[in-house]
Design a protein around this ligand. Structure first.
Ligand code: PLP
Length: 390
């Protein structure tokens, strides 16, 4: 597993003082290169939106702007934030439980596409009297086995997201009636799974597109969820295979407007969480490296139950006259400063010879990392943030 940062990140980590750790570092040139490759792998006709909830840092939203057609937002807060960070960029507003105040704010902000999650929500939107473009979010049944083994399934099973086909049909009847308030029905939205490889994603896309076409609609947003493999940072979602498959799909649906809205697979790789080993302890036959910070900054490994990939940047600086605490065995558990056994960033991973004072840089910390973490728990200082541009 190659989790080593590039020179831009490594040099900055080495230049930081211990008190400046932990820190999040974002490799913006790497983000641009990755986003450009994703864009290039997709047919020109496919619209690429970035799901802002994966990481809404303004510097990332801005860096992505040349490569994306717009942004997917999932709250009134995100709508306002994205509107301020990338003014004028098209936005699609999704998410269950939109409040009347959020709806009013998003209407004022000029949201480009509304992802309607329920019949009730459609009625609320129609009551606003605004003529806006809507996609109906469908929770489609998915063929048995199609979603096996994926990280998180948002649909294809009972869920609070979107509507069953019966709900979609009720919306269609409403939209056909005089009470529809001028809402413009554009098509279908579906975000059914997370963690699919290119073949799985393509199968799901075909399912959603067939459903959309079957309703006589000409626009489909097939969501995000492209797989990110935390066990192997070098193994990326096969955008070329997915793009080739989409090309064939579009050949069969020449009038279709197709949109995707990935989050994690765009920004996970550009973020790094750098820290240092504070202490190295031997406990009942196992080694524990306690690092500055922890899962209150980088919650990703705790929520997903994986070992966050990392690289060690050894430091020869040891200011104390006593022996440097050092890992005794080949495997070490990297834990944080929180007083809970759940504060584990990587359990029993190979790190022979790891010492107190060595620096550790966790990879793939650019999505669902800082912004999903419980920062205030135990009142440790917040990390630094560095947006590196080459
Ligand atoms: C979270 C979310 C996404 C992005 O999912 P990723 O797994 O980050 O690609 C896209 N669409 C919707 C509706 C979402 O809720």
């Amino acid at each position: 597993m190659n989790a080593a940062p590039g020179a831009l990140v490594a040099r900055r980590v080495e230049a930081l003082a211990p008190e400046e750790l932990p820190a999040f570092l974002y490799d913006l040139p790497a983000l641009r290169t990755h986003a450009a490759a994703v864009r290039a792998a997709l047919p020109a006709r496919v619209e690429l939106y970035y799901a802002a909830k994966a990481n809404p840092e303004p510097a990332l939203l801005t860096a992505l702007r040349p490569y994306v057609d717009g942004y997917e937002v999932s709250s009134g807060g995100e709508a306002a934030h994205v509107g301020a960070a990338v003014p004028g960029a098209p936005t699609a507003f999704g998410g269950p439980g939109k409040t009347p105040a959020e709806i009013a704010a998003a209407l004022a902000a000029g949201v480009h596409r509304w992802h309607v999650e329920s019949v009730h929500e459609l009625r609320l939107l129609a009551a606003s009297g605004e003529a806006v473009d809507v996609l109906l979010r469908a929770n489609l049944p998915v063929a048995e086995g199609r979603l096996d083994g994926v990280a998180l399934a948002m649909g294809g099973r009972p869920s609070p997201f979107g509507m069953d086909p019966a709900g979609v049909e009720e919306c269609l009847r409403l939209l056909d009636s005089p009470g529809s308030g001028g809402l413009r029905l554009r098509g279908i939205h579906a975000h059914l799974a997370s963690g699919l490889d290119a073949a799985g994603q393509l199968a799901l896309t075909e399912r959603i597109v067939d459903y959309t076409a079957g309703l006589g609609l000409a626009e489909a947003n097939v969501g995000g969820g492209m797989a990110v493999d935390y066990a192997d940072p070098g193994r990326r979602f096969d955008w070329t295979a997915y793009g080739t498959g989409l090309e064939k799909l579009l050949d069969r649906h020449p009038g279709l407007r197709l949109r995707i809205e990935p989050g994690r697979s765009l920004t996970a790789y550009c973020g790094w969480y750098a820290t240092e080993v504070l202490d190295l302890k031997h406990s009942h036959g196992e080694d524990f490296a306690v690092v500055r910070g922890g899962t209150h900054h980088l919650r990703t490994p705790a929520t997903r139950g994986h070992a966050q990939p990392f690289a060690v940047l050894p430091s020869e600086h040891w200011p104390h006259p006593w022996e440097r605490p050092t890992a005794a065995g080949p495997a070490v558990t990297l834990s944080g400063q929180l007083c809970t056994p759940k504060d584990v960033l990587a359990a029993r991973v190979p790190a022979a010879g790891l010492r107190a004072g060595d620096r550790v840089v966790f990879a793939m910390a650019g999505a669902y990392a800082w912004n999903i973490s419980h920062h205030e728990f135990l009142m440790h200082p917040h990390p630094g943030f560095h947006f590196l541009d080459g």
